[in-house]
Design a protein around this ligand. Structure first.
Ligand code: F6P
Length: 366
């Protein structure tokens, strides 16, 4: 397709929301209109707008005015929106799983779309790849607070989540110190400990438990005792929701319809067990969806803008099946397949863990 044959493109945001989605949408709209004169439409709630085409919205420069600093996404999202495995509500209230992928392909044609920018995490990128293989002209943009997508150094949303989590630790420190208490803070991140590690380091945590380093609570209890002996009567323990005890399993709240696990509860388990073991006054806090909310940090606004701009140029170059990625300081187009092959996890022997250990932070393994 020649550059001047492209007339209209769509954009969708899928999976859990995060700060930085609106800067991406704004950048795609500006780049498409200012550089190429294309029309842009927003596909609402991930792929829902391609199943029910009344669920779309025009995106002009006017529509994206004043959204750079806003959290969430103006076109909506869902993490239950896989057209290949769509949960169709039947009249009797029961749910039937249907494959709506052909319907999506047809509506893509009917809407006169020449390409689609898909913004999402690994689940959404897998769907984008499946549509690419069906013949849709797709480019991807990596999003998630978890920072667990391979092929890119960073996903946008991560920096904002780390900011929120570190600010929470700053606030908890004063109350923990005043009451001579231990505060256990559970953080998101699925099977990767990036948010826990980075915010724990930025927020001065004394213990950080992450999925990549299975923990032994006896060692954590010893760390608390050692701190008390040194005269430090309070401690901050960060627990990633996917953290795993050496002898035990991850803590799950349940399973999603697509089979993925909903993690949660490890903070409470750690807090209760430590309280029994040490007799210390412990309080547990689950930061939860606070980490996905609020205004994007400057870093995420700029990264989102760079990603959106680069993704639009990929369309002009007919470079489909690619995802934009940050490599060092450059934005590159990489095959979507590279991003979805493997979850990006913290290296237990990597620099960040080493730095944290030098700061005296305990990971519950020694
Ligand atoms: O992937 C982002 C994320 O916030 C994870 O950190 C968390 O495990 C999950 O989504 C929560 O999903 P939900 O929005 O379904 O509660």
């Amino acid at each position: 397709m020649a550059k001047d044959e492209i007339k209209k493109i769509g954009i969708s945001t899928g999976g859990g929301d995060c700060p930085g989605l609106n800067p991406v949408i704004r950048a795609v709209v500006h780049t498409a209109i200012n550089n190429y004169g294309w029309e842009v439409i927003g596909i609402k709630d991930s792929f829902t707008g391609l199943i029910y085409p009344d669920q779309i919205m025009p995106l002009s420069l006017e529509h994206v005015r004043d959204i750079l600093h806003k959290g969430g996404t103006i076109i909506g999202t869902t993490n239950r929106g896989n057209p290949f495995h769509w949960e169709k509500q039947k009249k009797d209230g029961s749910v039937e799983i249907v494959d709506y992928s052909d319907r999506v392909m047809e509506n893509f044609e009917h809407l006169g779309l020449n390409a689609l920018v898909v913004v999402g995490g690994d689940g959404t990128m897998k769907i984008a790849q499946q549509f690419f293989e069906k013949g849709m002209s797709v480019v991807g943009v990596p999003k998630t607070i978890d920072n667990d997508l391979s092929a890119t150094d960073v996903t946008f949303g991560f920096d904002s989540a780390v900011r929120t989590a570190s600010e929470a630790l700053d606030k908890l420190r004063s109350t923990a110190e005043s009451h001579h208490r231990v505060m256990v803070v559970e953080m998101m991140g699925r099977h990767s400990g990036w948010i826990a590690l980075h915010s724990g380091l930025a927020g001065g945590a004394h213990v950080i438990l992450i999925p990549e380093i299975p923990f032994d609570l006896e060692l954590v209890a010893s760390k608390l005792k050692e701190r008390r002996k040194q005269g430090d009567q309070y401690s901050i323990i960060v627990v990633a929701e996917g953290a795993v005890p050496k002898e035990g399993e991850m803590s799950m709240l349940g399973k999603r319809p697509d089979g993925t696990v909903l993690l949660g509860g490890m903070g409470q388990k750690v807090g209760s067990a430590l309280s029994d073991m040490t007799g210390v006054d412990i309080r547990v806090l689950v930061l939860g969806h606070l980490q996905r909310g609020g205004s994007p940090t400057e870093f995420d606004r700029i990264l989102g803008t760079r990603y959106g701009e680069a993704a639009t140029h990929l369309i002009a170059e007919n470079d489909f099946g690619k995802m934009v990625a940050l490599r060092g300081t450059a934005i590159k187009g990489v095959p979507i397949t590279e991003a979805i092959g493997q979850t990006k996890q913290v290296y237990p022997d990597g620099t960040m863990v080493k730095v944290a250990r030098s700061m005296g932070i305990c990971f519950g393994d020694k």
